[in-house]
Write a protein that binds this ligand. Structure first.
Ligand code: NAP
Ligand code: GDD
Length: 370
């Protein structure tokens, strides 16, 4: 039985990856931070099962800022594969805590690699490093001939998060070359799901779509509506992570959908899932989104009502304007075929948030009556 250790197991990707690895018959160990409130909502369904039938799932308290616990856990677990997904992953927040981000996202990667080396596991343990399209920084002149970023495009990170991740990228590559380790970077473009953190733009939009459609929220405040992202589904992207570690040779791969969409158009797509057409008027900080029509009898809003506004507090000191990735290598070499397209992703996210808001309304009404 293969043994995997996943850092960041309580996050969006960690939860999907844990499910995938368990399905494939792995014993899965996860690194979990101690928090003052519960932080395991995304994996509780697996964890609860582990008390009864799922003996192949175990969580360990630890933190990527602490070499001692990383060494101890790796020694105890003796993993065949490590997926280093743990990170402070919010780009905007990284401007507020740059030193912490450098420590966790940058040096944290080194701690994992070095622990494997100290323990003499270089030839046993394969390592996946969660690299990111933020490394490219969205510079137009660095795209390839297809107008996309690929494995050979130059990097130009535009945030403390991107800069910390570039250290993680290069130290992974360096340990591969210096010590012949099976250590790979997955350069993943944005990927989302109903489990996406609530302050990332897609989830913020789908949550607000549900709340506005059901009369629980008036207006959604966003930042840069002109940003463009290459969005895929996290479930597809964790499959690519696993495939990267099953190859004969360690290499780096871009994982992306190859299409880019404006934040503004993601808003339109989300609202159209509940039959509401949004019309945008104005520019920059004065741009506003209004209800143009409502075709679903369940979700009726006043025509002309303003539901979208721009709040400059969500702007970033330096922005990555446009990301689009070229997945040619991952499709041919890994045989990776995503199951979701953007409309399938939006549909799933909005449906889950509508269900959730409806349940909250019912619970509130029940509480009010009792
Ligand atoms: P996420 O939902 O924010 O999850 C991050 C995980 O890292 C959480 O489990 C978090 O624990 C953990 N973590 C944070 N600080 C830590 C620390 N000091 N020590 C140990 N663990 C720590 O992120 P995600 O979307 O799943 O992304 C997974 C990885 O892929 C991240 O490294 C991210 O930077 C990278 N990435 C993501 C995308 C994307 O679009 N999603 C694209 C490219 C790369 P808590 O639950 O306790 O906070
Ligand atoms: N979060 C957020 N909130 N972003 C907004 C908002 C808002 O209210 N309004 C507009 N945006 C814009 C941001 O300025 C950015 O250009 C874009 O929407 C996407 O923002 P996020 O969803 O926060 O994601 P990100 O692209 O900055 O970072 C994510 O993807 C990276 C891969 O490219 C994160 O998952 C990173 O961890 C990941 O590496």
């Amino acid at each position: 039985m293969k043994v995997a250790l996943v850092t960041g197991i309580t996050g969006q990707d960690g939860s999907y990856l844990a499910e995938l690895l368990l399905e494939k018959g792995y014993q899965v160990h996860g690194l979990k931070r101690r928090a003052s409130s519960f932080n395991t909502q995304r994996i509780d369904h697996i964890y609860q099962d582990s008390h009864q039938t799922n003996v192949n799932f175990k969580l360990h308290y630890g933190d990527l800022t602490d070499s001692t616990n990383i060494i101890r856990i790796i020694q105890e677990v003796q993993p065949d594969e490590i997926y280093n997904l743990g990170a402070m992953s919010h780009v905007k927040v990284s401007f507020d805590s740059p030193e912490y981000v450098a420590n966790v996202d940058g040096i944290g990667t080194l701690r994992i690699l070095e622990a494997v080396r100290i323990l003499g596991l270089e030839q046993k343990t394969r390592i996946y490093q969660a690299s990111t399209s933020e490394l490219y920084g969205g510079l137009a002149e660095n795209k390839n001939e297809k107008g996309m970023y690929d494995e050979n495009s130059p990097f130009y990170p535009r945030s403390p998060y991107g800069v910390a991740k570039i250290f993680g990228y290069w130290i992974t590559k360096n340990y591969r070359e210096a010590y012949n380790m099976f250590a790979c970077n997955g350069i993943l473009f944005n990927h989302e799901s109903p489990r996406r953190g609530e302050t990332f733009v897609t989830r913020k939009i789908t949550m607000a779509t549900a709340a506005i459609a059901l009369g629980q929220q008036d207006c959604l405040y966003l930042g840069n509506l002109d940003a463009q992202r290459d969005w895929g589904h996290a479930k597809d992207y964790v499959e690519a992570m696993w495939r990267i570690l099953q190859q004969d040779h360690p290499e780096d791969y871009v994982i992306a959908m190859g299409e880019t969409t404006y934040v503004r158009d993601f808003v339109r797509m989300a609202f159209s899932e509940v039959g509401i057409i949004i019309e945008f008027k104005g520019h920059g900080v004065n741009e506003k989104g209004f209800v143009a029509s409502c075709s679903n009898p369940e979700f009726q809003l006043e025509i002309g009502k303003q539901v979208i506004a721009v709040d400059p507090q969500y702007f970033r000191p330096t922005e990555v304007d446009l990301l689009i990735g070229d997945p040619s290598k991952s499709k041919t070499q890994l045989g990776w075929i995503p199951q979701y397209d953007l409309s399938g992703l939006v549909q799933e996210m909005v449906a889950m948030d509508v269900d959730r808001v409806k349940k909250e309304i019912m619970l509130n009404e029940a509480g009010f009556r009792s």
